[in-house]
Design a protein around this ligand. Structure first.
Ligand SMILES: [Zn+2]
Length: 330
């Protein structure tokens, strides 16, 4: 086992969960796993038998401490105001100068490794170069290119992929009582991120989507006040992150209106398949491509930190202008 691992992959695919599961399994005093009831939720996801061949029991004294977050030899460094600072690394070094309290393997998790500033990185590097015995470091990040090359070279890299949509759908149906078609929509919207799928679900994303879709269907360049009100509403009620999600949602909506002309199988908003098919008939593909281009343009501007309200106003006005005049509204 190397003394430093770096988990690289998108947000919400299980990097930190894996780090915790690893820490727990490495210290379980009864790895026979008859009882699995007390395991944290992520472990119930069916990733196949092999992935957890050496899993923790979830019941022994050590496992219970890990589960409750009270194990003294599990150290989890979190950024403070988006930065992991040198003071935190100094404090860590003091702790690491002592022997582990009780663990076979003390585990230091730095869950947002890209937030280490240069001073903190250099201080951490010294520890990684002379690792304290019985200790493993697990760094995780979605932005590996923000780490110092010297840190990267000290770690064994492990890549995490997006979670296949099929597994997300299974989890949503089994653990969150969703119906198949709705689960498929959220999984498709999530980009393979489990945390994002839960955010969408808990935010009643489908209801919100239905509302947005209705607004877009009826957008009319002749009633600018309605268009501007929609932009204002979204700017006030949703922050930049959510507006990014809204734009992505609108893009999948128009994409579906294009796709349905070729294959109903390939649309993302499967629960609205019938509406999409009818609406698409009155929507020439040329206009749909214009709408998609408008979304992509708005996405670029949002990345460039444009004024959110102005951006949305222009965006919705463009959508209204490109809308077919004789569109049948359901
Ligand atoms: Zn155990």
């Amino acid at each position: 086992m190397p003394n430093a691992l770096l988990f690289i992959g998108p947000e919400g695919v299980g990097k930190r969960s894996t780090a915790f599961a690893f820490a727990m399994a490495a210290n379980c005093t009864n790895p026979e796993k008859e009882e699995r009831k007390n395991l944290p939720e992520f472990r119930d996801m069916n990733f196949g038998q092999e992935a957890f061949a050496t899993e923790a029991c979830g019941n022994c004294k050590s496992c219970r401490k890990f589960n409750s977050g009270s194990h003294p030899d599990l150290i989890h460094l979190k950024p403070q105001n988006q930065i992991t600072k040198i003071a935190q690394i100094r404090e860590l070094r003091q702790v690491l100068a002592m022997k582990p309290f009780e663990a076979r393997l003390r585990v230091v998790i730095i869950g947002e490794a890209h937030t280490l500033n240069p001073e903190a990185s250099n201080a951490l590097l010294k520890v990684l170069e002379e690792p304290p015995p019985g200790t493993i470091f697990i760094l995780a990040t979605a932005h590996a290119y923000d780490l110092l090359p010297t840190i990267l070279s000290r770690c064994q890299l492990i890549r995490f992929s997006p979670i296949p949509a099929k597994l997300l759908v299974e989890a949503l149906i089994r653990d969150h009582e969703m119906v198949q078609k709705e689960a498929e929509v959220l999984a498709a919207m999530s980009g393979g991120s489990f945390s994002k799928v839960l955010t969408l679900k808990n935010g009643d994303w489908l209801l919100f989507r239905n509302w947005i879709v209705e607004e877009i269907k009826t957008l009319n360049a002749d009633s600018a006040s309605v268009v501007l009100a929609l932009a204002e509403n979204l700017t006030k009620s949703k922050g930049k992150d959510l507006v990014e999600n809204v734009l992505e949602m609108i893009k999948t909506w128009f994409r579906d209106l294009v796709m349905v002309k070729y294959s109903t199988e390939k649309i993302i908003n499967k629960d609205l398949a019938e509406n999409i098919a009818i609406l698409s008939e009155g929507y020439p593909i040329k206009l749909l491509m214009k709408q998609i281009a408008a979304v992509e343009n708005a996405q670029k501007q949002i990345n460039a930190n444009a004024n959110l309200r102005l951006l949305l106003e222009n965006f919705f006005l463009t959508l209204a202008e490109n809308r077919p005049k004789q569109l049948q509204v359901l």
